[in-house]
Design a protein around this ligand. Structure first.
Ligand code: ZN
Length: 359
């Protein structure tokens, strides 16, 4: 996840070493800062950030609907105010594809309407209709050399809407398809349901992408439901809170119980942080705000995510994915928030244990 043309705290050399195949850049953020003219002057986003493997850019739709302060949805796009300086901006399917053409990403996402997960049935229906109309416009726009485009299925947890949206997009013959409207604050069962409702209508021979997801355990479960691609801010975001992902769940490296723990973050992990530093040392770095601490947690967490996906690929190839999935579900302890979502509880009513992650 390279929101601002950088995977937070990790450089391209480290990303390469951990086997990163693709990163994501945000159309909305990059259009505002540094501005398209700067990236265009550098050549494209690959040259600007010195990343020469594939880049996927989102369309900006998600940020417009989640970050922008004031907005008016029009037939041809959305009027909104910048979350930084309040200036009036406009983004629609034509503009989103033009920005992505200039950024020169390898995968461009269509401009969709992503409503809140608890919106009314009427709002969800309108969002699907606009998403379909805008996808048609996106499909016809010029692209950068070699750039492919993915459609985004909306429709919340309404089976009819998900099917309608998926079928319409598949008829437009995109190179891949994403399930959108997830990772918008919905509880886990709703997220799984959204994917289950869309997946049967998306061609298995094309990439299927769950946007903005998820935890390691959720990725395993989503692969079991037919998903091939993910993007997620969690590995670097929780690192900045002093939290590490492990095969047993999250652990707060900042916590007092690591004060004199001279083991690595995770025994057997092949990442640079685990091969070179102890929990006690990393905890110390985090507690005195040394940048190396959050950098090393970011390296470990990103490596761990890559490793989970590699494990998944290896087990699928070996025909043992079912056993791997069961093992993962048994050993990975979900966060309080995920558990609360499964039980239909409200997070704030639950006690939070010392090593619970803030996710
Ligand atoms: Zn590690």
């Amino acid at each position: 996840m390279g929101t601002q043309a950088s995977v937070k705290a990790i450089d391209p050399r480290e990303l390469g070493e951990m086997g990163t195949q693709i990163i994501l850049g945000n159309t909305y953020h990059l259009s505002i800062r540094p501005g398209l003219e700067i990236i265009q002057a550098a050549g494209d986003l690959h040259h600007f950030m010195n990343w020469h493997l594939p880049i996927l850019t989102d369309s900006g739709g998600f940020q417009v609907f989640s970050l922008a302060k004031i907005r008016k949805i029009r037939a041809h796009g959305v009027e909104f105010r910048s979350h930084l300086d309040g200036s009036l901006l406009f983004l629609g399917p034509r503009e989103a594809m033009e920005v992505q053409r200039i950024l020169g990403s390898d995968i461009a996402m269509v401009f969709d309407e992503c409503p809140a997960h608890n919106c009314t049935a009427e709002v969800a229906k309108e969002a699907v209709e606009r998403t379909i109309t805008w996808a048609k416009v996106c499909r016809e726009q010029p692209r950068a050399t070699g750039q492919v485009a993915f459609g985004i299925v909306q429709g919340g947890v309404d089976a009819t809407l998900r099917e309608r949206c998926a079928r319409e997009l598949v008829a437009m013959d995109f190179e891949g398809y994403a399930v959108g409207g997830v990772s918008v604050g919905e509880p886990e069962p709703e997220m799984m349901r959204a994917v289950e409702l869309a997946e049967p209508f998306l061609p298995a021979e094309k990439p299927r992408y769950a946007m903005g997801l998820g935890t390691p355990a959720q990725m395993v479960e989503l692969v079991a439901r037919g998903i091939d691609m993910f993007d997620c801010v969690l590995p670097t975001r929780v690192a900045r809170n002093g939290t590490a992902f492990t095969y047993k769940g999250t652990v707060s490296i900042k916590a007092g119980f690591n004060k004199a723990d001279f083991r690595p973050i995770e025994e057997g992990c092949g990442c640079y942080a685990c091969k070179n530093f102890t929990r006690a040392y990393l905890r110390h770095l985090l507690n005195v705000d040394e940048i190396l601490g959050l950098r090393m947690l970011s390296v470990h967490n990103s490596f761990m995510y890559m490793k989970v996906m590699q494990d998944i690929r290896d087990h699928i190839a070996a025909g043992t994915f079912k056993e791997f999935r069961e093992m993962f579900a048994r050993t990975y302890v979900p966060s309080q928030k995920v558990l609360a979502g499964r039980q239909g509880h409200i997070l704030s009513t639950l006690p939070v244990s010392e090593d619970a992650a803030a996710i």
